[in-house]
Design a protein around this ligand. Sequence first.
Ligand code: ADP
Ligand code: MG
Length: 386
Amino acid sequence: RLSLVHEKDNPLFQKQSNQNNRISVFVRLRPMMKREKEANSRSCVRIVNRRDVYLTEFSSDNHDYLRLKRLKGRHFTFDASFPDSASQLDVYSTTTADLVEAVLQGRNGSVFCYGATGAGKTYTMLGTVENPGVMVLAIKDLFTKIRQRSLDGNHVVHLSYLEVYNETVRDLLSPGRPLVLREDKQGIIAAGLSQYRAYSTDEVMALLLQGNKNRTTEPTRANETSSRSHAILQVMIEYRTRDASMNVINRIGKLSLIDLAGSERALATDQRTLRSVEGANINRSLLALSSCINALVEGKKHIPYRNSKLTQLLKDSLGGACNTVMIANISPSNLTFGETQNTLHWADRAKEIRNKAYETNEELVQETESDADQAKLLLEVQKENR
Ligand code: ADP
Ligand code: MG
């Protein structure tokens, strides 16, 4: 007899999720780039003991970097902080390996990279053929674990890769018309999203690189991936097992790996910044994500998931019955001090989010995007941040 078991009915899941209900937050510092060195930039970030991050602000009179003056420092601490020498494997093992294990047991998990454009999000998530990132290493690990435990015949791994750009959801593996979000018993799904059955890591890397080429490019800069596009890789592991009464059951674990848009245009952390981005191109999804995080941290009953496509898609991955990992990417350069400070503040706040199982039975309504809509959202965010 075949039946679906939802995670909330799985005793194993409940036990483990109670043990570790806070979301894990990590920081990764990338190396100084050549162009930053050429611009005489200095490092304003120091990572100590793989945990503590010290941020130092410099002031320069008339851009005279020889007379750099130490102004003020700030100290942050995270579950782990990676210096620029950290390897892709190190980042994967520390941040995501445990989640992969959980997903193999039929639970849900998600990892997302947050940070300004150029801070290293895509490098961390996708990486390169020589240095594959978290997405590829997670799938590799999954295949290894399945093989080691001789679970081969039973486990099936499917992938979907999608993009949210300008409140439009697109399939990155099978580009075409925008996808419509629908709510069903299992949560919110993108109707018609293609699923690829994965067999090997090499093939997955090729698939993802191709998918990344399909990410929306900035109209003014052809070939350059838009900093306003969010990419979401969903990995579904389906397997058969037996319940206590020896009935054959199907269990599904879902891992979501998210390369978020650049955070520099949606710094919903203070009034001044908000006003200054009003005229610019606001990333509604990223703003809404910040509002959801604020609401979760403040323990509000109503979490405004419905304000954007991204938050609808992440509804089961934020604060809900899911294990969540956040990796905040930062650059060392004092030229991007403000962005780094904002990212660290955001990450610091995200540490307070607790994953808890609560009902999310809101009905999904299709919203139309309009300027009036965006203005309303801004007002809401401002109110929430007050
Ligand atoms: P983002 O996706 O946040 O805009 P990228 O991942 O594209 O930023 O990184 C910007 C540049 O820095 C890329 O050329 C990338 O290869 C490089 N880079 C980022 N992180 C690292 C790292 N940890 N080690 C080496 N190079 C990195
Ligand atoms: Mg990127």
